[in-house]
Design a protein around this ligand. Structure first.
Ligand code: NAD
Ligand code: SER
Length: 329
């Protein structure tokens, strides 16, 4: 049974992945970590937590030794929109952070799982049903670090035999932890604002399609690929995976099934729109289907129904003054 260190575990994915892995592998076998100790009771209060800057390789190695870690799930990163505000920091965290994780993995013979992104593609990539293996010339710092990260993980596998694996994630939609400054964040905000105000002003333009996925499918994908039979893997890092390809108005139409008066308006942010325009409309994830049986559970309508149920439940709990629910491990 694995002993897993998660970096960046207080972010949108990490908070839920920590709970998910503690359920799958056992509370004692999962060590959550992040740069700063934020108040996330279900992660910090319900198992091991270490304050850890991924740029500090010595401390990373010390945590690996202290908990006898054999697998690092590396989530610490700066996402696309913030990455364009602070490109030098994005390069440092995304590139040097991954390099340090891989070097520690080489020294201690660890498996490494790290997500890439739709951002690893660029304007010259075929936009529809983007193939697994295709042109990758991204024009954002985040995208540059993601495509370089994919290559670096391949290199450590071929050169040093490190068991590196990963997926190219689409935009993730979730109700527990807000997204951390990406271009696809609108697809989360739209649900919160629908419940709060009955309307949403989108910074992404009408007609802009991007791949999206509900968080439970992301968690499922991480476990499936982490535990996949290596003999079946022709690819290793950066498997395209998706669950839906949607535009803001398609999400709005789905929301109106639950909130008929929901209003969507647009005030386009040119920076994030340019990023969105450089990404695929839809990815072809047939390699993930063939090599490790990938299949999402949630389409747009199932996701919207669950988002509404969960956000309304949270709202009810808040109104009653109940504390936030923990991991439930
Ligand atoms: P997030 O921004 O919500 O969380 C990232 C976490 O990393 C934060 O808690 C932050 O404090 C931490 N961090 C930043 N610098 C650090 C450092 N130097 N040392 C340690 N921790 C540090 O991001 P997320 O959405 O959870 O994304 C996790 C991974 O998944 C990233 O690699 C991201 O590129 C990838 N991804 C996410 C999405 C998405 O829609 N959320 C889509 C595609 C890919
Ligand atoms: N959701 C992420 C972003 O928008 C995609 O990697 O940055």
């Amino acid at each position: 049974m694995r002993r897993i260190l998660i970096t960046g575990s207080l972010g949108q994915i990490g908070t839920e992945l920590t709970c998910h892995f503690r359920r799958e592998y056992g509370v004692d076998r999962v060590v959550a970590s992040d740069l700063i100790r934020k108040d996330v009771p279900e992660v910090i209060g319900e198992g091991h937590f270490e304050q850890l800057d991924v740029l500090d390789a010595e401390r990373l190695a010390a945590v690996v030794r202290a908990y006898n870690i054999d697998t690092v799930v590396h989530l610490a990163a700066i996402l696309s929109a913030i990455g364009e505000e602070i490109p030098q920091r994005a390069f440092d965290v995304n590139m040097n952070g991954l390099y340090k994780v891989l070097e520690v993995a080489r020294e201690y013979k660890l498996a490494v799982f790290t997500p890439s992104s739709i951002a690893a593609f660029g304007p010259s990539t075929p936009a529809d049903r983007t193939p697994q293996d295709t042109l990758q010339r991204p024009n954002t710092m985040y995208g540059v670090t993601k495509v370089a990260g994919e290559l670096l993980c391949d290199y450590y596998h071929h050169r040093y035999g490190i068991d590196t694996r990963g997926v190219r994630l689409p935009g993730l939609i979730s109700y527990k932890t807000p997204p951390g400054g990406g271009t696809t964040d609108y697809a989360v905000h739209i649900y919160y604002e629908a419940i709060r105000q009955g309307r949403y002003e989108s910074y992404i333009a009408e007609g802009t399609k991007m791949d999206m996925m509900y968080m439970p499918d992301c968690l499922k994908a991480f476990t499936m690929l982490l535990e996949a039979d290596p003999a079946r893997l022709k690819h290793r890092n950066a498997f395209n995976i998706t669950a839906m390809s949607v535009s803001p108005e398609e999400i709005a139409a789905s929301i109106r099934q639950h909130l008929p008066d929901f209003q969507l308006s647009f005030k386009v942010d040119p920076v994030r729109q340019a990023i969105a325009d450089s990404w695929p409309n839809s990815m072809d994830d047939s390699c993930a289907q063939q090599e490790w049986d990938w299949k999402p559970d949630y389409d747009l309508s199932a996701m919207t129904a669950d988002m509404f149920a969960q956000l309304r439940k949270d709202q009810g709990n808040k109104d009653e003054g109940s504390p936030p629910t923990g991991c439930g491990t």
